[in-house]
Ligand binder design. Structure first.
Ligand code: AMP
Length: 190
């Protein structure tokens, strides 16, 4: 199986590059942000809890996220060629648990695609997305909180994965197709 983590700050292009990777390699997409937004839209209990964190730009607690991960993996088709984890893991405990769960499925992480984009560009992209899609957490106050949370809680994962030789650093600035070419090259050189 080809199992990839799409890693990067909010607004770094994880969703966009995930779609292109899925088209190329026929992988299954697990976007924890999408799962949570769907629950919010449907007004479920989980959605209500999630909304209270997402609207402030905070992370959902690890135990809830790990339940979601297990649930999503359970619904994978039998002939699944691999999975793109988009927006997961976001903390060290989530990363440790992901490795364990993949092992239970008799598979492992192939690598981590790290999209690196300067901060001003991240803010500009999220403000633009907020205007175009109405995404509730793409407002300036929540964006700044999300970036702080990213630096404090998620960025340490880069070192974690570098230590394992799993991190593929990609320049996430510029033309979407050119970035995708770099992603494909990194995956195929792995
Ligand atoms: P995303 O669509 O990946 O940017 O996620 C949107 C929001 O959902 C984040 O700002 C978090 O509040 C929450 N979220 C998504 N994935 C996770 C995760 N792995 N751990 C904790 N919170 C998450």
């Amino acid at each position: 199986m080809l199992n990839l983590v799409l890693f990067g700050a909010p607004g770094s292009g994880k969703g966009t590059q995930s779609e292109k990777i899925i088209d190329r390699y026929g992988l299954h997409h697990i976007s924890t942000g999408e799962v949570l937004r769907k629950q919010i839209k449907e007004g479920t209990e989980l959605g209500k809890i999630a909304d209270s964190y997402i609207s402030k730009g905070h992370l959902i607690p690890d135990d809830l996220m790990l339940d979601i991960l297990r649930q999503e993996l359970k619904s994978l088709p039998k002939d699944c060629k691999g999975v793109i984890f988009d927006g997961f893991p976001r903390t060290i405990p989530q990363a440790v648990e992901l490795e364990k769960v993949l092992e239970e499925y008799g598979t492992q992480l192939t690598g981590v695609v790290g999209l690196e984009v300067p901060e001003e560009e991240l803010v500009a992209r999220m403000l633009k997305r907020g205007k175009e899609t109405g995404r509730a957490d793409d407002n300036i106050e929540t964006i700044l909180n999300r970036l702080k949370v990213y630096h404090d809680q998620t960025e340490p994962l880069k070192e974690h994965y570098q230590g394992k030789g799993a991190y593929m650093q990609i320049d996430g600035l510029g033309d979407v197709n050119a970035i995708f070419d770099s992603v494909v090259k990194a995956i195929e050189d792995k």
